[in-house]
Design a protein around this ligand. Structure first.
Ligand code: URA
Length: 475
């Protein structure tokens, strides 16, 4: 037996070096024990690994990215599983394409759980003031997997101008406005006490809670109970659920912007030749996992998570928006904010249950810029719309809706691959190459930002008319 002792639970560089050496020397996976420094004397001190055999070998970027995620899982099997995969790749170079292979399936599953833990951390870390001068914040968080160091750069970008620490049982990360530092894990007792920020979070949460769309099961899925303990807003949940029935729409308009001519031209040009690359997703679950892990454009960096579509797997009607907004980004679901409330109201007037439609967006990550603490919507640029079209096309291919409704100009651009002025094209059936019918109409956020009440009501009436037409067409 060979014993490999890694420097830490997330020592990817150490694992990689040892794994390369072992495979180079032909050491079979079932003769290797992987352990981590500080795990006691259960295993004898390892013999130092000899230098790797000359010549070496290369592995795909895809495998390395998978391994980087899997290493962060808390499962004890992860080092051995990855080495087994690396070993098998020598004889089976296409192994990672075989999603049903037990080792590949297990590694993908671990990576998915890690990615979910990272997203939950981005969404659920709550900072408290430690000192007002200099302004310093700290948060206590218990991640499901060892994602703290991987997620820290996200917080450094998002809260670049603050000094903050995130304390976790595994490790603590600190940002001083210029540099990230890592120190050993902390005790919950080290977490700062409750302060006014808690009220801020509770107010925010109460304002985004939409009683009309209350689904307790989905809600606990998005905000699993394991995180409630450290979430100030979690205390509101029982009351909000109890009061849900009596509450009506809370609407806060946040206008989107229309794509510029430059965007329209560039997307039209790029989409003419857009080819499928990589493995096309075979199910909506694969789309959701892929969107979440998508790196096809840089938007994932600042977003909390990728937001894929939702609805029945074979809905007759697909509704396509522009991109998730602030609230969708946090909730991980499309159209749950103000624009979603307009859409819900219009669908209800048409008699088209939203639950029978598939609702998605042209771009799956929230593009925004930070102004103070506010995240302000930004219109996706040509390459972002084009990159994301791959996911929308996959959703269309899998759901096979009879009718696709493009809500607004960006959605129309993505659905039709060319500019479709809304005023000129709205409300009629337009043939799409996949034999579905396309309908374009206004984006609900556009309706929200029309200042004149009469004009707003008139545009809303046309919007309802277009949705009614599309729903009838899909019947
Ligand atoms: N606007 C959109 O286009 N999509 C959403 O999901 C939310 C707001």
């Amino acid at each position: 037996m060979r014993v490999v002792r890694l420097a830490s639970e997330i020592d990817f560089a150490g694992w990689r070096e040892a794994a390369r050496t072992l495979r180079g020397q032909g050491v079979a996976p079932d003769t290797v024990i992987w352990t981590v420094d500080g795990e006691g004397d259960l295993f004898a001190d390892p013999e130092p690994l000899a230098a790797p055999a000359p010549g070496g070998f290369t592995v795909s970027r895809e495998f390395l990215e998978l391994a980087e995620d899997v290493i962060l899982h808390r499962s004890a099997e992860r080092f051995a599983l990855l080495y087994r995969l690396l070993w098998r790749l020598a004889a089976e170079p296409n192994l990672l394409r075989i999603a049903t292979d037990p080792d590949v399936a297990r590694a993908n599953d671990l990576a998915r759980q890690v990615s979910k833990a990272a997203h939950k951390m981005k969404a659920f870390v709550r900072f408290r003031t430690v000192s007002p001068d200099p302004e310093t914040y700290a948060a206590w968080f218990e991640p499901a997997h060892r994602v703290t160091e991987a997620v820290a750069p996200f917080f450094a970008r998002r809260f670049a101008n603050m000094a903050w620490s995130i304390l976790t049982p595994d490790v603590c990360v600190h940002w001083n406005g210029a540099q990230l530092a890592v120190t050993p894990g902390a005790d919950p007792a080290d977490a700062p006490g409750e302060d006014a920020l808690e009220d801020y979070w509770r107010t925010y949460y109460a304002s985004i809670f939409n009683p009309a769309r209350l689904k307790v099961e989905a809600m606990t899925k998005e905000m699993p109970k394991r995180y409630w303990r450290n979430l100030p807003e979690a205390r509101l949940i029982p009351d909000l659920i109890a009061a849900a029935e009596g509450r009506t729409n809370l609407m806060v308009a946040k206008p989107p912007t229309e794509p510029s001519r430059r965007v329209i031209r560039a997307v039209a040009r790029a989409s003419r030749d857009a080819a499928y690359d990589g493995m096309a997703p075979q199910s909506l679950e694969e789309v959701a996992a892929g969107v979440d892990a998508c790196r096809r454009c840089p938007l994932y960096r600042e977003a909390t998570q990728g937001v894929s579509g939702e609805g029945p797997a074979h809905a007759r009607l697909m509704l396509v928006g522009e991109q998730p907004g602030d609230q969708e980004d946090l909730a991980g679901r499309p159209f749950v904010g103000p624009a979603g409330q307009v859409l819900d109201r219009a669908l209800a007037e048409v008699g088209a249950p939203r639950a029978e439609t598939y609702v998605t967006n042209a771009v799956k990550h929230f593009k925004h810029e930070l102004r103070g603490k506010r995240r302000i919507h930004q219109t996706p640029n040509p390459s972002e719309v084009t990159a994301c079209r791959w996911w929308l096309d996959a959703e269309r291919r899998l759901v096979r809706p009879r009718v696709v409704v493009a809500l607004g100009a960006t959605a129309a651009l993505s659905v039709f691959g060319k500019a479709m002025p809304i005023g000129k094209n709205r409300g009629v059936a337009l043939q799409l190459p996949d034999q579905s019918q396309g309908v374009v109409t206004y984006h609900p956020s556009y309706l929200l930002r029309i200042p004149d009440a009469e004009a707003k009501a008139a545009a809303y009436a046309l919007f309802v008319q277009d949705l009614r037409f599309a729903w009838g067409l899909a019947a």
